[in-house]
Ligand binder design. Sequence first.
Ligand SMILES: [Zn+2]
Length: 274
Amino acid sequence: MPELPEVETVKRSLEPLVKGRIIEKTDVFYSGIIKKPGAEEFIQYLQGKEIQGIKRRGKYLLFSLGQGGLLVIHLRMTGQLVFSRKGEELIKHTHLVLHLSGGDELRFIDIRKFGLVYLIPTGKWEEAGGLSTLGPEPLEAEFSLSAFQKALQQKKVGVKAFLLDQRNIAGIGNIYADEILFTAGLRPQRNVNSIVNEEAGCLYDAIRAVLAEGIKYRGTSIRDYVDGKGERGRFQEKLKVYDRAGKSCVRCGTVLVKETVAGRGTVYCPSCQV
Ligand SMILES: [Zn+2]
């Protein structure tokens, strides 16, 4: 599933290609992908709108359309948002095509069909669904160590569950949660209210370092993820625990174990992570 580094990479790769382009026509091949409004109204609204820019919030992409309008896209499990040159053949599972001025296209492809696409005509995205309850952006100044320490002390959940909860911090999913906890030396099951200040500092630093590294390597392409140009990321080559169950810990050599934590397959080192 695309997480903050993947969605940020999609944003960065797409923005220079689509900024300033007009949406001339929209094809919806699977209307179930459009959550609101109805497909017909969706198509009508987009007609003639200029893409003024792209923002990322957590795992959401927000396309600014002028007059406060926003097109919101969440890739969920297997969604791909790919810029295509005019005349390129449509691949299977393409559910939505935005025809842009200049003749190129922005295509939404999703094998599992869990992706979310919707419009917020007012621009009040803070009030819309899951976007309204998102926690701070971990790479922005709004994510402070003191507020983070306080949030940990106030909860009684495992630290992995805490990291995955988008209301605590926006953008972390299963891959980066495991990598962050390994970097911080914390067990995924560890209760957050038992984390002392020094450990909280390590966790805070690990969140920022691992996500920044994920962006630097342009995301993790283990399964479907590609950027806005259809290119794979390289962070899978850097993974220390995720997808490495049964292999040796890169730090101490102990065999990495896999367990279900917070409802998700979780890999950790039983020696390094306490
Ligand atoms: Zn280890």
